[in-house]
Design a protein around this ligand. Structure first.
Ligand SMILES: [Zn+2]
Ligand SMILES: [Zn+2]
Length: 70
C-alpha cells in the first residue's frame, strides 16, 4: 500500500475516506465513534481525539442529527 500523495509506503489509512497515507502526510483529527443518548436525554458522542486523517477529505465537524433513528 502506498501513500495517496507521494507514493511512499503508507503508514495507515485515513479514518474518514480510506486513503492510504505515509507518516509525512498523516494528520490527525477527532473521530466520532458513536453517538448515544445520555441519561438526561441529550445526545452524547464518544470521540477519538487523534484519529488518522489524510488532511484532504472533509469529515463533518459535528455529529449529524439523524432524528429518524430515535
Ligand atoms: Zn506521503
Ligand atoms: Zn481522508
Amino acid at each position: 500500500m502506498k501513500c495517496f500523495f507521494c507514493d511512499q509506503p503508507a503508514q495507515g489509512v485515513c479514518r474518514f475516506c480510506g486513503r492510504a497515507i505515509c507518516k509525512e502526510h498523516a494528520k490527525t483529527s477527532p473521530y466520532i465513534i458513536t453517538v448515544y443518548i445520555g441519561k438526561d436525554n441529550t445526545p452524547k458522542s464518544i470521540v477519538v481525539a487523534d484519529a488518522l486523517y489524510c488532511g484532504t477529505c472533509k469529515p463533518h465537524p459535528e455529529p449529524v442529527e439523524i432524528p429518524e433513528i430515535y
